[in-house]
Design a binder for this molecule. Structure first.
Ligand SMILES: *Cc1c(COP(=O)(O)O)cnc(C)c1O
Length: 269
């Protein structure tokens, strides 16, 4: 079983921290397998069970990632995968829901197709949507699926190279190696602390000057205007300020990784 991930800044478990945020209106927990690293599902499932909540895994960035030998997207009540253009495999736009709940699968199929009955034509017994994937997109998806093992192998090898080449750079915090976890490294994402001597934003600028693209971490939901809530999630805020995703395409060569890491090493010097 994996070591419980610790909500490091506070030395507390994800169970405790999440439980505190539940209200009488909470219906579901939506863990995100961010950047290809599985969320710590055991405590999340235990918490959901304790409070009779639904768990919907956001596996949009984590196709093929494993938690205790289980595929992400197969642990909660349902999982959602994205096949947008920049994801691990793609159909241009689109995605996939996974569930082992036959009733839920049936309902999802209805809602996808304008809520139209599967047995009576033009009979709409649900208010639905048009979330259908075209056959053309599905054909691309099938071809992508044939390549997924090779894509994942390449991404993991590139991540390993990053990890080795950055391991002794002061102030660079790498994704942790967690026992029982297979991280598929959708993005190779690092964090910088004060020992690095430069902010993530400044490093992004240096990389850009060397014609290397990078991305800051996501802005936490609670900082966006429609969900604005001040001061409530200090760990998310800290992560978003200190994180940077390095180039992670499976098309990169080992020489590319060598050049990128050498720019990171010399950035402050
Ligand atoms: C891309 C992404 C989504 C959205 O997926 P779409 O297919 O663009 O709707 C949701 N969550 C995460 C974590 C993502 O990376």
């Amino acid at each position: 079983s994996p070591q419980p991930y610790v909500y490091r800044a506070m030395g507390r478990s994800i169970f405790e921290v999440t439980e505190e945020k539940l209200t009488k209106n909470t219906r579901a927990i939506l863990p995100v397998h961010i950047y290809g690293q599985p969320a710590d599902m055991d405590p999340i499932m235990a918490l959901a069970k304790k409070h009779s909540l639904t768990v919907i895994e956001d596996a949009a960035q984590a196709h093929g990632a494993l938690y205790n030998d289980r595929q992400v997207g197969s642990i909660g009540d349902a999982g959602a995968f994205s096949f947008f253009g920049n994801k691990i495999i793609t159909t241009g736009e689109g995605g996939m829901i996974t569930t082992d709940d036959a009733e839920l699968a049936h309902k999802a199929r209805l809602l996808r197709n304008h809520g139209m009955s599967e047995t009576r034509t033009y009979w709409h017994d649900h208010l639905g949507f048009n979330y259908r994937m075209t056959n053309l997109q599905a054909a691309i998806g099938v071809a992508q699926l044939e390549r997924i093992d090779e894509i994942l192998k390449t991404k993991i090898a590139l991540a390993q190279r990053y990890k080795n080449l950055l391991k002794d750079v002061p102030g660079v915090i790498q994704p942790p190696d967690v026992p029982g976890i297979k991280n598929v490294y959708w993005m190779y994402s690092i964090r910088l602390d004060e020992k690095f001597g430069m902010t993530a934003e400044a490093l992004q600028k240096v990389l850009r000057e060397n014609e290397i693209d990078s991305r800051p971490f996501f802005i936490p939901v609670h900082e966006l205007p429609m969900y604005e809530e001040k001061g409530g999630y200090p760990v998310s805020t800290e992560l978003s300020k200190t994180g940077l995703s390095l180039p992670s395409s499976p098309k990169l060569t080992h020489e590319d990784i060598d050049r990128i890491t050498s720019v990171v090493r010399k950035a402050t010097g």
